[in-house]
Design a protein around this ligand. Structure first.
Ligand code: HEM
Ligand SMILES: *[C@@H]1O[C@H](CO)[C@@H](O)[C@H](O)[C@H]1NC(C)=O
Length: 529
């Protein structure tokens, strides 16, 4: 007993000695921590505006909300009248002006466009895109934009696009959904849409269908690599540039993920391209219906260009990767959020279905495929629902800008070449000052009149497809694509969200649903396509 007591006392002595030794460091540290906590609490009592600490700026808040930044930013912007200056650590180059002010958006993206190029900061952040159209400025960008726009406008491209989408619906989407219904299992609808768009965009760009959309749900490394890369680019935003550049050099952390993704993506694209070039010499490039291939046309149009790297192959790779990115996740993410919102608003789903039924009755005897292709413009409930999705969950949630020359924004903020401006597209849809008190509600009827006319909104108010000279080139084709997929599913199946599944946006440059979107599918009637 005495022995135990002695043991105890000696331990106690040891600890108190050690404690005394360290207390010279520990006490000031504990006091510092307590002050920080007290200040933090005190600040938070009245407002959610982040505290601007000496030296570290607002970095603690940025790190704390990194995994769920969107709604926090909405609340801050609502309290600060639509714009907010985020202060990064001293000298870190992380200061950012966040804006949802529609006049600012109009000014930056359209009126004073020449003063707001992509710029080097953006190019560094999106280094993997190289000289892709989203990443270039000036003459090179003008050439790319003109070329891609003229190809996407060709009637022969439209028939190719239609054919590609329907092929995938019939040979991929339907068999997979039928399989899921038979199994009675739950399925991640977002994954299905990602595979759908990945296959179709690759078929269009490379003339190669990776067939990721199949009942075996094969793992395609390039698909995963694209998502990884989008996530890492997003994380670079909340990291001081010198820090992630060091990580990149050492290939550690997020940057290791990026460099692996980069390798995988390059392997995929260059493999497709090498097969393509063989094709190109064999078949030539016909701009006739039935013969048109976007892949061949792009190779032909870009063959005399080598971009900033001087390497024509890399220039082609950059453009193809950019188009893959532009067409893949944007569409699949929008479709996923559509079914999430329909699951939460079954009345809207019923209205879309009724509209389909009514229109079908006036087109008796017409095949489903021809019917949708013909009526897709007139499905106003579906159109309104998609616009609401793009308002509340725009696939590209932010846009980054820096001015060349100092400028003063309509909101009153001053910006100079060191400033980073973030145009907060996601948060704009949730501003009462822009959309009214019911801004958070899913109301497709915002987008059509009582007589069924579609209502247009200026892009600086509804920026999902971007604003001004850099407006999305795929807007019309993606509406067409999304209407086909959505109408086909809504007409043939009943989609039920898995109970308790709560969809939140992921932290990425694309607004994916974190952890996917689990649903259960049941067949509505014995209908055929
Ligand atoms: C729901 C679907 C889509 C949405 C919401 C969307 C949205 C956007 C946005 C926000 C931008 C600006 C990005 C930036 O500059 O950072 C953009 C650019 C672009 N989009 Fe889309 N997009 C969609 C589908 C497509 C499709 C299917 C294509 C065709 C392949 C496409 C082609 C492009 C191109 C080429 C650009 C670059 C324009 C330029 O910089 O001049 N998009 N899109
Ligand atoms: C943009 O800022 C100006 C100036 O502060 C203000 O008058 C205007 O109402 C703001 N617009 C929006 C939509 O917040």
């Amino acid at each position: 007993m005495v022995e135990i007591l002695w043991h105890f006392v000696s331990h106690l002595t040891f600890f108190s000695m050690a404690f005394l030794e360290y207390s010279t460091i520990l006490f000031p540290f504990l006091i510092f921590v307590s002050v920080v906590i007290i200040l933090y609490r005190y600040q938070n009592k009245n407002s959610i505006i982040p505290t601007n600490w000496p030296i570290i700026g607002m970095l603690p808040t940025a790190l704390a909300v990194m995994n769920q930044p969107h709604d926090y930013i909405t609340n801050v912007l609502a309290q600060t009248g639509g714009t907010f200056l985020f202060k990064g650590p001293w000298l870190s180059g992380m200061d950012m002006l966040l804006t949802t002010n529609t006049s600012d958006i109009h000014h930056i993206m359209t009126k004073n466009f020449a003063n707001y190029p992509r710029g080097q900061k953006f190019r560094n952040m999106f280094d993997i895109l190289g000289d892709g159209i989203s990443n270039t400025d000036g003459k090179l960008w003008e050439f790319q934009r003109k070329t891609i726009m003229s190809l996407l406008k060709l009637p022969s491209f439209h028939s190719l696009y239609k054919k590609t989408i329907w092929n995938k619906v019939e040979s991929g989407l339907f068999p997979v959904l039928e399989y899921v219904v038979k199994q009675g299992a739950t399925v991640d609808l977002q994954e299905i849409f990602q595979k759908f768009t990945f296959d179709t965009i690759c078929t269009l760009l490379f003339d190669h269908d990776p067939r990721s959309m199949s009942t075996e749900f094969p793992h395609i490394p390039c698909e995963k690599a694209l998502s990884d890369m989008e996530e890492v680019i997003f994380r670079r935003q909340a990291t001081p540039p010198s820090f992630w550049k060091l990580q990149k050099l050492l290939r550690i952390g997020n940057e290791k993920k990026m460099s692996d993704a980069w390798k995988t993506i390059d392997q995929f694209i260059y493999k497709c391209l090498s097969q393509k070039q063989v094709d190109f010499t064999n078949t030539g490039y016909e701009l006739q219906d039935g013969y048109f291939k976007l892949s061949t046309a792009l190779v032909r149009e870009f063959k005399d260009q080598s971009g900033t790297s001087g390497d024509p192959n890399k220039f082609l790779r950059d453009n193809l990767l950019n188009l893959m990115l532009a067409g893949r996740d944007t569409t699949s993410v929008t479709l996923s959020w559509l079914f999430y919102l329909l699951g939460k608003n079954p009345i809207v789903e019923d209205k879309i279905r009724e509209e389909l039924q009514t229109k079908l009755e006036t087109n008796t005897g017409m095949q489903w495929k021809d019917f949708i292709s013909k009526e897709s413009q007139n499905l106003v409930h579906l159109h309104g629902a998609l616009c609401e999705v793009l308002r509340l969950y725009p696939a590209v949630p932010f846009q980054y800008k820096s001015p060349i020359k100092p400028d003063s924004l309509p909101s009153g903020n001053q910006v100079d070449p060191d400033s980073t401006i973030i145009l907060c597209y996601y948060n704009m849809g949730r501003m009462e000052s822009i959309w009214g008190e019911d801004c958070l509600e899913f109301k497709p009827e915002r987008w059509f009149s009582a007589t069924g006319e579609i209502i247009h909104q200026p892009s600086y108010k509804f920026p999902a497809f971007n604003v001004g000279p850099r407006t999305c080139l795929g807007k019309d084709i993606s509406f067409f694509n999304m209407k086909i997929v959505a109408a086909t599913i809504i007409h043939h199946y009943h989609v039920q969200l898995v109970e308790g599944h709560f969809a939140v946006p992921s932290s990425s440059i694309m607004l994916e649903i974190k952890h996917g979107m689990k649903v259960r599918l049941t067949k509505r009637h014995e209908l055929k396509i």
